[in-house]
Design a protein around this ligand. Structure first.
Ligand code: BGC
Ligand code: BGC
Length: 475
């Protein structure tokens, strides 16, 4: 058997988090309300009524958390900036105290030799902008670019790598089409303008960031290799339609400067009925320095069979299509075909190799270098005698890193890997019930306990560096 190919010597190691999932301090130092503050206050929308009001209290404990990153030997840390901390009403006045927090965090990271890698938007829109129409409204894109300029104006002297949006697909689908995430709108296909306005915001923000001296700009897209459940022409067409919505809608305009054919979704004209205006695609296709890919699992798709509505609440990234009029239906792979995470998601590391190869094949020379900006799993972690022995997470991370190395060996330019997540945190609709961290958090006491996977990741990073220093010798 061939040894697993090595990752490049210059490969960068990271971990990811997001503001609403870890910071807490929802109204401190002048912060405005976000759609997640408003949404989590509604009865019945989050499991057990959990909210992000305290989360990991990272706003106050960031120095302890940076020390944990230092202990791992991270090259880079991906976190997100809370827009309403910086601009409480989403436009106009800037809250200097909000910027001060990120300034302190950036300095703490740099003092510990860790590259700050902020994402401007990880789903926490200022509530005032949602009240004005949110991402259904074109002006939100312009506001986003202004916010990007404000953030970079303060931080770009020390921050060189910027990520604009996190997972515009998931935000559109879960937040605006199915309504299980903030802002809780269930618009189904009428949510499509949310895709365009986020992408337009991204494109305008790229220009704004560069105007403030940002050196590298990326986007983080959630992508999934799509597998037809059967071989029938109807299943193949359904799989193609799903691939269009989940992957191509968010990548084609960036790298090809055009949207894919959306006729399966009833969108016949290239302007989507006036949503896409002259010049928009040119702005969206502004050159990027990298594509961030967030990968969790493949999607198995069959043709819809027009069942009666089943009112199932989606508990994962899977639109429940049976009652929807959508041109696809997501199906589960066989129960025993793959191991499952605590969330029930199938563990399919080779899907990551497949995704990387397909993405390169699709965009060719137009594809910039790739970073894996999220990869990780929830597990039924238990803290026993001060130890969380999360062997399943170790196996997950190891196999997914091997999957990256396999794609690199086949010529895909992958520069780094950020695991999701540094800390157990607020897992959106699941509240605190799904734990994804390398570090266990006791949410009652805020005590942090590194898991077995923390030590494993630390050792993996150190071994890679030793190999690189030795000229890449050990295979
Ligand atoms: C589900 C899978 C599904 C996939 C699609 C996961 O959350 O568990 O069954 O195929 O999402 O993205
Ligand atoms: C999101 C994270 C989330 C993770 C696990 C990604 O879609 O960016 O915020 O915690 O998946 O569900």
């Amino acid at each position: 058997m061939n040894p697993t190919p090595r990752l490049p010597d210059s490969f960068r190691w990271g971990a990811s988090t997001a503001a609403y999932q870890i910071e807490g301090a929802p109204a401190e130092d002048g912060k405005g309300a976000s759609i997640w503050d408003e949404f989590t206050a509604r009865p019945g929308v989050i499991r057990d009524g959990h909210t992000g009001d305290m989360a990991c209290d990272h706003y106050h404990r960031y120095a302890e958390d940076v020390a944990l990153m230092k202990g791992l030997g991270l090259d880079a840390y991906r976190f997100s900036l809370s827009w309403p901390r910086i601009q409480p009403s989403g436009a106009g006045p800037v809250n200097v105290q909000g910027l001060d927090f990120y300034d302190r965090l950036v300095d703490e990271l740099l003092a510990n030799g860790i590259e700050p890698t902020p994402t401007l938007y990880h789903w926490d829109l200022p509530q005032a902008l949602e009240d004005a129409g949110g991402w259904l409204h074109r002006d939100t894109a312009q506001c986003f670019a202004e916010y990007a300029a404000v953030a970079a104006g303060r931080l770009a002297d020390r921050v060189s790598t910027w990520i604009t949006l996190n997972e515009p697909f998931v935000h559109m689908a879960y937040g605006y089409a199915f309504g299980v995430h903030a802002p809780g709108r269930a618009l189904m296909l009428d949510a499509l303008p949310v895709a365009h306005h986020q992408l337009l915001g991204h494109g305008l923000a790229v220009a704004a960031l560069r105007g403030q001296g940002a050196e590298r700009v990326l986007i983080a897209n959630n992508c999934t290799p799509v597998r037809p459940a059967g071989g029938s022409p109807a299943d193949l067409a359904a799989a193609e339609a799903y691939d269009t919505l989940h992957n191509r809608l968010f990548n084609d305009p960036l790298f090809l400067g055009r949207y894919p054919d959306l006729s399966a979704y009833g969108v016949g004209d290239p302007s989507w009925g006036g949503v896409v205006r002259d010049g928009d695609l040119a702005a969206i296709a502004a050159p990027l320095d990298g594509l961030g890919l967030n990968y969790y699992n493949p999607s198995w798709i069959k043709a819809p069979d027009n069942k009666a509505p089943d009112n199932k609440t989606p508990d994962n990234k899977t639109p429940q299509a049976t009652d929807s009029g959508l041109p696809f239906e997501l199906v589960e792979p066989d129960a025993d075909a793959y191991p499952r995470t605590a969330f029930g998601w199938p563990v399919v590391p080779e899907g990551l190799t497949e995704l990387l190869l397909r993405t390169r094949e699709r965009y060719g020379a137009a594809l910039p270098p790739v970073w894996i900006t999220e990869s990780g799993c929830s597990q039924p972690d238990e803290l026993v005698g001060g130890v969380v022995d999360d062997q399943a997470r170790i196996a997950y991370l190891g196999s997914h890193l091997d999957a990256v190395a396999a794609a690199v060996a086949q010529g895909v330019d992958v520069r780094g890997y950020f695991t999701w997540s540094l800390l157990d945190n607020f897992e959106w609709a699941e509240g605190y019930h799904q734990r994804f961290g390398l570090v266990h958090v006791d949410f009652a006491t805020q005590v942090r306990t590194p898991k077995a996977s923390y030590a494993w990741y630390r050792d993996k990073i150190a071994a890679h560096r030793r190999g690189a220093a030795a000229g890449g010798a050990p295979k």
